[in-house]
Design a protein around this ligand. Structure first.
Ligand code: GDP
Length: 531
C-alpha cells in the first residue's frame, strides 16, 4: 500500500457536539489520557479553576500545559491519527461552531444522561444531518442519576428524528451503575472502584454475560434485569446497519461517564473502528478522492489575531486529498493566484510549531495575508476546481450598526466588508434605509462584542449598535411581486443578504407561522436555496 493511502486510512477527523456542561472538556481530556498524550487527566483541578472564561482548549492548555491547539487537537491511538475539532460552545457559540463541522468526517454527540437532548446539541445535530455527517452518541454522567436508557433512545428518536442503536448498555441500577454490557461481543465490562476521580485509566473485568462469576458479582436481580433489557433490545430494537449510520438514519449509542472513565476506553476503541476515514469531497469537477495524488484543501475557519501589533490572520484548512509538504506551491482558486505554503502551523500549547507534512483529514493553520475567505479552495497549479460552497446558517440575533462618526464611513465599510469575508457576522442591507447602516445577524451574542471591539481596534471606528428584536431569519422564495407585497410583516423587517436575496427578519417562530399562513405564494427557507 502506498504511503498516502496508508496515512489517509489512519486518519479519524471528528468533532464533539454538545450543549455546554454535558462534559465535552472532560471527555476530551479522557480521550487524551487514553491516547497517552497526558498521564493524569485534570478534571478535578480544572473543575476548581474559573470555568468558561476562554475557549475550552485554552482552558485545557492552561491547566495541563499540554499540546493542544486552538482549533484542533491531534493525537495517536492504536495506530490511528486522531484530529478532534473544537466546536466552541458557551458564550462563544457562533457560526464558526457550525462551520467547523464542515471539516469533520463524523461527530460525537455528547448527551448528559439527566438532561437528554438539549438546545445547542439539537442545532449542531441538524447541521451534521444536513451535511450528511454520521453522528455517534455518547450518553455521559452515568455515575449519576439520570433518565432511563430506553427513555433516552426514545427522546433521541422523537426530538432528532434518528434511531439509536445502543452499542453497549449500562449494568446496574440508575445512579449506581457498575459497568457496561457490550452487545457485539456479548461481554460485560465491570468497573472497579470509583475512588480515584478518574485520574487514571480504570481497571475493568470483561467476560461473558452468562459467566457465573458475573452473576454472582452483580447479584441475581441486576443480572436478570440486564438479561431482560438485552433481550428486549435484540428483539424490538433496530439491527445494526452501518449503511444507515452513514446515511444519517441511525446513531450508534454508547453509555459511560467521562469523569470516572467508565466506558470511555471501550467507546474510543469501537468508535475508531466504526468512524469513517477521510471521505471523498464534492467539487465543481466531481468527486475528489482523498488518496488522489494531487493536494487539495479548503479553508473552513479564519481566526484573526486579537493582538493589534501583529494583525495577522490565520486560515485553517482541511486537507482533502494528496500529501501536503511544507513550501509547496498551490493555486488559491478564488484569487486565481499561486500561493506558496511556506509556514504551515500546528498549534502546540502556547507555541506554534512548523510542520513539514500532513495528510488528508489533517487540519493545519496558514498565515493569511488577507487573501483567504471561508470556503476557499486550494488546488494543484494547473488545475482549477472549487469545493462545494459553505452553507449559510440561519442567524438568530440581530442588530443595526452604523459608524458614530460619519467621517469614518470609509473605514467602517471597509471593516464591515473584511469582517464579513472572515465570516464573523452575516450582513444584510435594508434597501430603503437612509443612513449608511447595516443589519447584522449572528448565531451567538458574543459576535456582537467581537465586532464592536475589532472595528474599534483594527479600523479605528466606533459604532452605534442597536439590538433588533428579531429571532428568526427566513430567505424568501417566490415571485418578486409577491415578495414585495408580503403580508403581516408589520413587526418584521424585509432585508437583502450580500447576494441581494430577500430575507425576512421576524420576531419569533410564532409570528413566523402567522406570516407563513398569510403568504401561501411565498416559501420561507431557513437557508438560501442555492447554498
Ligand atoms: P463542557 O462544558 O461540555 O466542556 O463540560 P465539562 O467537561 O466542563 O463538564 C461540566 C461539568 O460536568 C463539570 O463539573 C464536570 O466535572 C462534570 N462532568 C463531566 N463529566 C462528568 C461525568 O461523567 N459525571 C459527572 N458526575 N460529572 C461530569
Amino acid at each position: 500500500m502506498n504511503e498516502l493511502i496508508e496515512e489517509t486510512r489512519k486518519r479519524r477527523t471528528y468533532a464533539i457536539i454538545s450543549h455546554p456542561d454535558a462534559g465535552k472538556t472532560t471527555l476530551t481530556e479522557k480521550l487524551l489520557l487514553y491516547g497517552g498524550a497526558i498521564r493524569l487527566a485534570g478534571s478535578v483541578k480544572a473543575r476548581k479553576a474559573q470555568k468558561h472564561a476562554v475557549s475550552d482548549w485554552m482552558e485545557i492548555e492552561k491547566q495541563r500545559g499540554i499540546s493542544v491547539t486552538s482549533s484542533v487537537l491531534q493525537f495517536d491511538y492504536n495506530g490511528y491519527r486522531i484530529n478532534i475539532l473544537d466546536t466552541p460552545g458557551h458564550q462563544d457559540f457562533s457560526e464558526d461552531t457550525y462551520r467547523t463541522l464542515m471539516a469533520a468526517d463524523s461527530a460525537v454527540m455528547l448527551i448528559d444522561v439527566a438532561k437528554g437532548v438539549e438546545e445547542q446539541t439539537k442545532k449542531l445535530f441538524y447541521v451534521c444531518k444536513q451535511r450528511g455527517i454520521p453522528v455517534f452518541t455518547f450518553v455521559n454522567k452515568l455515575d449519576r442519576y439520570g433518565k432511563n436508557p430506553f427513555e433516552l433512545m426514545e427522546e433521541i428518536e422523537n426530538v432528532l428524528g434518528i434511531r439509536a442503536y445502543p452499542m453497549n448498555w449500562p449494568v446496574g441500577v440508575d445512579g449506581d451503575y457498575q459497568g457496561v454490557y457490550n452487545r457485539k461481543l456479548a461481554r460485560i465490562e465491570l468497573f472497579e472502584g470509583k475512588g480515584n476521580h478518574g485520574s487514571t485509566a480504570m481497571a475493568s473485568k470483561a467476560g461473558d454475560v452468562h459467566d457465573p462469576e458475573f452473576k454472582a458479582l452483580l447479584g441475581e436481580s441486576i443480572h436478570n434485569a440486564l438479561c431482560e433489557d438485552i433481550e428486549l433490545l435484540d428483539m424490538a430494537g433496530d439491527q445494526f446497519d452501518f449503511a444507515k449510520v452513514k446515511s444519517g438514519e441511525l446513531t450508534p449509542m454508547f453509555f459511560g461517564s467521562a469523569m470516572t472513565n467508565f466506558g470511555v476506553q471501550s467507546f474510543l476503541e469501537e468508535f475508531l473502528q466504526l468512524a469513517p476515514e477521510p471521505a471523498p469531497r464534492l467539487s465543481s469537477q466531481g468527486e475528489i478522492k482523498p488518496d488522489g495524488e494531487e493536494f487539495s484543501a479548503f479553508v473552513f475557519k479564519i481566526q484573526a489575531n486579537m493582538n493589534p501589533a501583529h494583525r495577522d490572520r490565520l486560515a485553517f484548512i482541511r486537507i482533502c486529498s494528496g500529501k501536503f509538504t511544507r513550501g509547496m506551491e498551490v493555486l488559491h482558486v478564488q484569487s486565481g493566484k499561486p500561493i506558496k505554503l511556506a509556514q504551515p502551523q500546528q498549534f502546540l500549547a502556547q507555541e506554534r510549531a512548523i510542520i513539514e507534512e500532513a495528510y488528508p483529514g489533517d487540519i493545519i493553520g496558514l498565515f493569511d495575508p488577507g487573501v483567504f475567505g471561508i470556503g476557499d479552495t486550494l488546488c494543484p497549479l494547473g488545475r482549477d476546481f472549487t469545493f462545494q460552497d459553505f452553507p449559510v446558517f440561519p442567524p438568530e440575533q440581530f442588530a443595526r450598526v452604523q459608524a458614530k462618526d460619519t467621517m469614518k464611513r470609509k473605514q467602517f465599510v471597509k471593516g464591515m466588508t473584511q469582517l464579513t469575508q472572515e465570516g464573523a457576522v452575516q450582513v444584510f442591507r435594508q434597501p430603503d434605509s437612509a443612513v449608511e447602516s447595516f443589519v447584522i445577524g449572528t448565531v451567538g451574542s458574543l459576535q456582537f462584542e467581537v465586532l464592536e471591539y475589532r472595528l474599534k481596534n483594527e479600523y479605528g471606528v466606533t459604532i452605534i449598535m442597536d439590538r433588533l428584536p428579531f429571532g428568526v431569519a427566513r430567505w424568501l422564495a417566490g415571485s418578486e411581486a409577491d415578495i414585495k407585497a408580503i403580508k403581516s410583516m408589520d413587526s418584521g423587517l424585509l432585508v437583502q443578504d450580500i447576494k441581494d436575496r430577500p430575507v425576512a427578519l421576524i420576531n419569533n417562530e410564532w409570528s413566523l407561522n402567522w406570516i407563513v399562513e398569510r403568504n401561501p405564494n411565498i416559501r420561507f427557507l431557513t437557508v438560501p436555496e442555492d447554498s
